[in-house]
Design a binder for this molecule. Sequence first.
Ligand code: TTP
Ligand code: MG
Length: 375
Amino acid sequence: MEYMRMLGVATLQTRVVMLVDLDYFFAQVEERRNPSIRDKPVVVCVYSGRTEESGVVSTANYIARRFGVRSGMPIILAKKRLKGVEAVFLPVDHDYYEEVSERVTTILRGNADDFERVGIDEAYLEVSRRVEGDFGRAAALAQLIKGEVRDREGLTCSVGVGPNKVVAKIAADAKKPDGLTVVRPGEVVPFLSPLPADSLIGVGKKTAERLEALGVKTIGDLANYDVQRLIECFGKSLGTYLHNASNGIDDEPVQERGEAESISRIATLKEDTLDLRGIIEVTDRLCKEIHESLVQRGLSFKSVGIVAVMKDLSIRTRSRTLESPTDDVGVLRGAVKELFERFLGESEIEARRVGVRVSGLVKGMETQRRLTSFF
Ligand code: TTP
Ligand code: MG
């Protein structure tokens, strides 16, 4: 082992991954800004402007959730549920939440070997090296991080710790708000088995319905389902993923998304839709434009991302990192199609605008090959 280390060869050790998710984020930031609303139901809204009350709920604090208020619900319905209660309705202040999010990101990044922000209030931290594969130390580190976020930003978060991203994510959802759930490698299967199949990332409403038709309700059912049949039903990529993830297997790396250097294009759809074919028609055009720009600049990309601005104006993003950089427009189109396929399967509301982004940009592979063959 020592000898391997001397040679600089990475030794195999248990991975330890954390998912940190801020609690009722937008509403919690509003509570912190104005602590006098803390004991009341707080509902943060995206007002569409058509009438005074038209629009949807972005998020709500846990007091409001006890009255049945949920993200994505029409404001009118939230008001109905809170009738007779002294509740606070506020408009979203996205720029402010983004600022807070960036400061939290800095705290989290400082506690990770590798870091990946996945949304405005969520990030993966690879901590394998700093805790030397020890889950007890990881739990202590998670408490430390929660303390730092609380002391410096006045916010609570929920943390999941597991041997990979899939497990960490589900663990973080297991106890909220202000939760900490640690799932050691030996506990993964019993932890996952009883949970509904749609607790897995990537299993949205549609996929869950199709699984249910196959008699698959829990992650345990999915883990025991024949992998070949899953591939027949869902295609190679999703089928293999469902099989592995339900068995607690996932080796997706935690990695920074390289957002600093990226090329992106976005377009508004003719009508709000969830139809894959219509969306792909638009994104194929965006891919072509991005490809042109890449060729002009002699660049290859390592990551592909999609963005969707939904009917309620919320913004959703997904991305994938490739095994090696490429400038192939076919690979780009394929990755975008796959990401949208999975994303649309999970989404309940229609998309209004869609976009494509490539990042992790490096100088073109062709150039590199030519240079190497020169010597
Ligand atoms: P989430 O982390 O999904 O939700 P949350 O942080 O409000 O609550 P939880 O305690 O369950 O983690 O989303 C993060 C933020 O994204 C949320 O505060 C508001 C915004 N958002 C929307 O605008 N619309 C939506 O439909 C959802 C789900 C979130
Ligand atoms: Mg959250």
